[in-house]
Design a protein around this ligand. Structure first.
Ligand SMILES: *Cc1c(COP(=O)(O)O)cnc(C)c1O
Length: 428
């Protein structure tokens, strides 16, 4: 391979744009049309009433999700951010309680905790799975810890055996943020269903979507009821319903509409096909990229499957002698799109660095409800920080609908760049 790198003025490996991933088809159009023609776009009522739990499409979609994921309850919400907020409230978190969360995630995993005036505590991630490292979780536990928020990042479940064992030992609840891993398996069970409460996002960028939306899953009767209340104006419902525990019974309108749920029913039917095609793409990438110097292809835990929201790779910069940004620029110049350097490290966002959340005076951290000084300093999560700053390379599988020929071109671009590391060293 002697062609000059595109970054240095040579011809690019990939000259076409890949087909955009679009899971929405004629079935969803028909489903949405039927709802629109019925005129009933949402049937929820925010009072103790037969329609407190929504209309026919909400109920049907929830029943199908419960059956699909093998749980007692599936509860739809208008976004997974809403779902996370409802989950933290439903497990009874009190102001000042500490909840352990990874920094390598979308910010909503952490802000859902803050939402109830509880304190996010960031534990580091495992460098192979990018999910919470159980050892780091254990080290973060204090007398104030009440829950663990596990994030199944990029499409693979966190190490639930280890996390549930820690939770059991310390009397903690566990929430699974499985936004990126719907349909991934963990020891024969669906990711997201092993925690006290978990769930999935239905936003436009995820495997299956309804524009916006989310699905909560739980096997716990009491948590399910509390989720339903928080979703739909709890304070106006508890009396009629006869609910006496008013813990976190400030309600919202987190209701998902009939159109979204009708589309969701069609989307759920297609999920396994989408997973199969991503796993096929990932396998083909593995076959072609394994063996490139200083590049580690995704690690999948034994007895688990990966949903490949992202195809995560790690670089050995010392071995390569070229820094990540230069490699990314070289790959992009060859025509590879969808590359990224992973998560921003949530603890380093201004909200945590400056500790300003509600109002301007540092609430909740400066208030009496906060039991101790919690650090968000750079350095508390060295694995996540190093991955973001230097060694992680992700390929967003959610952007494109890739054919085998497309995958082969992407692999060819990697081989071309890797074949000319010496040239890159001169500009790195
Ligand atoms: C997408 C996502 C969310 C938020 O979901 P929305 O439906 O957009 O609110 C939360 N956590 C993770 C890990 C996500 O990927």
């Amino acid at each position: 391979m002697s062609a000059k790198l595109a970054l240095l003025g040579g011809p690019a490996t990939i000259t076409q744009t890949f087909k955009h991933y679009n899971p929405i088809g004629a079935e969803e159009v028909q489903a949405a049309k039927e709802v629109i023609e019925s005129g009933v776009l949402s049937q929820f009522i925010g009072a103790w009433h037969p329609d407190f739990l929504g209309g026919p499409k909400v109920k049907a979609f929830e029943a199908q999700c419960a059956s699909y994921f093998g749980v007692k309850y599936a509860i739809t919400v208008n976004s997974w951010t809403s779902g996370l907020i409802a989950a933290v409230g439903a497990i009874g978190i009190q102001p000042g309680d500490e909840v352990i969360v990874p920094p390598w995630t979308m910010c909503a995993s952490a802000t859902a905790i803050l939402h109830w005036n509880a304190i996010p505590v960031f534990a580091d991630i495992d460098p192979a799975t990018f999910c919470l490292d159980p050892k780091s979780v254990e080290a973060c536990i204090t007398p104030y810890t009440k829950a663990i928020m596990a994030v199944d990042i990029f499409g693979q479940s966190a190490d639930m055996d280890a996390l549930m064992a820690i939770a059991k030992r310390h009397g903690l609840k566990v929430i699974s943020d499985t936004a990126q891993a719907p349909g991934a398996m963990y020891q024969g069970k669906y990711a997201g269903t092993l925690a006290d409460v978990g769930g999935f996002s239905l936003n436009y960028h995820k495997h299956i979507h309804t524009g916006e939306g989310g699905i909560l899953v739980t096997n716990d009767d009491e948590i399910a009821q509390r989720l339903q209340l928080i979703r739909n104006h709890a304070e106006a419902v508890v009396e009629g319903m006869g609910v006496t525990d008013l813990t976190n019974m400030v309600g919202y309108n987190f209701r998902l509409g009939e159109i979204e749920c009708a589309m969701g029913i069609s989307q759920l039917k297609k999920l396994q096909n989408f997973l199969d095609s991503r796993q096929h793409v990932a396998q083909r990438l593995n076959d072609k990229l394994t063996g490139l110097t200083g590049l580690t292809t995704p690690y999948v835990m034994p007895d688990c499957t990966h949903a490949y929201y992202v195809y995560p790779m790690v670089l050995d910069i010392e071995k390569l002698g070229v820094n990540r940004n230069t490699l990314v620029k070289a790959l992009q110049a060859e025509g590879v799109t969808g590359l990224g350097n992973g998560y921003q490290n949530v603890h380093l966002l201004p909200i945590f660095q400056k500790k300003v959340a509600y109002g301007s005076n540092g609430f909740p951290w400066t208030s009496d409800i906060c039991h101790r000084e919690v650090s968000y300093a750079k350095g508390i999560c060295p694995v996540a920080e190093k991955l973001h700053d230097e060694t992680y390379l992700g390929f967003a599988m959610c952007l494109h609908d890739l054919s085998d020929a497309d995958v082969d071109l992407i692999a060819q671009a990697f081989h071309k760049v890797w074949g000319q590391l010496e040239q890159l060293k001169t500009i790195s």
